[in-house]
Design a protein around this ligand. Sequence first.
Ligand SMILES: Cc1cc2nc3c(=O)[nH]c(=O)nc-3n(C[C@H](O)[C@H](O)[C@H](O)COP(=O)(O)OP(=O)(O)OC[C@H]3O[C@@H](n4cnc5c(N)ncnc54)[C@H](O)[C@@H]3O)c2cc1C
Length: 396
Amino acid sequence: MLYADENQLLINPEHLGPDEEKVVLNADKTEVTIMANVTMVEVKKRQLKDEFTILSNVIIDSVTYGGTVNTGCHGVGRGCPALPDLVVKLEVVNDKGDLVTYSRADDGEEFMNAVTTNLGLFGFVYKMTLAVKQNKITVETHNEYHSVKDTLTNSSKLKHLAESNWSTEIFWFPYNSILHNIKELLKIKKEDFLKLPTPNLDKWDPLQDDCWLRLTNDKSGGKTEKCLFHFRHKFNDALGELGLKAITPLLDAAPNLNPYFCCLNSHVVKLQPSKICVQLPDAIHFRKFVHWAPVHDMEFAFVVDHDYSNIVEACKVVIDEIERRARQGNFPMNVCMEMRFMGESKSLLCPAVVGQHSPNKEVKTAYIEVLSLVRRQSRLARLHSSNCHWMEQDWR
Ligand SMILES: Cc1cc2nc3c(=O)[nH]c(=O)nc-3n(C[C@H](O)[C@H](O)[C@H](O)COP(=O)(O)OP(=O)(O)OC[C@H]3O[C@@H](n4cnc5c(N)ncnc54)[C@H](O)[C@@H]3O)c2cc1C
């Protein structure tokens, strides 16, 4: 479907192409060609069925390959590049309506690094061919909980985590050490619910909050979870996202609820199993139904210093700011801060290109993102523009 105005064309690719052309795996299982409107979950199902693996990807399963490859979305995993780095061929409908093909084989690496993260500027990407691993990969994910002090602000611990696990993801849901206030919340009468006073954060120390560590490693030959696990996981995610959707307007009406909500959220996360063995595509795309409760997501990529000290500094910027705001009764980050580590990208417009390419040196990139439920837009925007010091640092 096309929508046009004077200088622009808005394309809705929802009904693009016949089903049999949507995901096509080549005979020796080294490349897969995917249409732009195909979602992560559709390709995940094909990976599980045909036993191949896309080694770099996005955690939510509802977004499309067109929307993630062409914007330079990252993946997760030590040494993993970004999604556009896997592209070997792009088929693009240009501004004249011609179908043009760009490929590493015909146009070379340098050219492809310039066009793979294209933000739609070369036209409408119709299909993309990605390099894949020919086999299925079984992994084990450990869910652990350690204090902020012991993780986000501890450079040697961060280094150890990021370098001893294939994938390290760290989530901080702020205020989660104020559990005593949750107990107070439960005593509140229904009619006083929205009048809830600002939680007493005098004793809150962000360094004592717990972080959720999601550590994933190879587990070849491991026994993977049964159908029931996947059903339960799906059910929990659906329930969680519906809960987030319902609570969003409430948090706007009564901002003081934010710390209680974040605290509760973090404790709900702890209900999941401590160890999960699944196929890699299941481990990567582990969040479902995220589109039901939209969030604002600000994300930066940092080249990791040899001792991880700049990553600690970057985390402290957020922690200090959230603490300062909380003391004033402001709660701009009401979902979480998330950090994960990967390699670098060669695709020029991809944020993970921040490293200086060096053939002899492995460049590590840390992605740090701040997530807030959508109705927090104004507060989040203020946090970003006036007080986020990331932009001012020479960390590129
Ligand atoms: C909660 C949350 C978690 C996220 N987690 C991750 C993550 O783990 N890793 C990660 O990398 N990203 C992550 N993201 C970011 C997300 O992957 C991007 O926002 C992605 O662009 C969304 O895809 P979409 O299909 O909705 O794209 P759209 O919004 O439809 O498209 C985005 C842009 O892509 C371009 N585009 C789309 N289709 C085409 C096409 N056919 N041809 C040319 N250009 C095209 C256009 O410029 C368009 O404006 C996350 C986002 C959220 C909200």
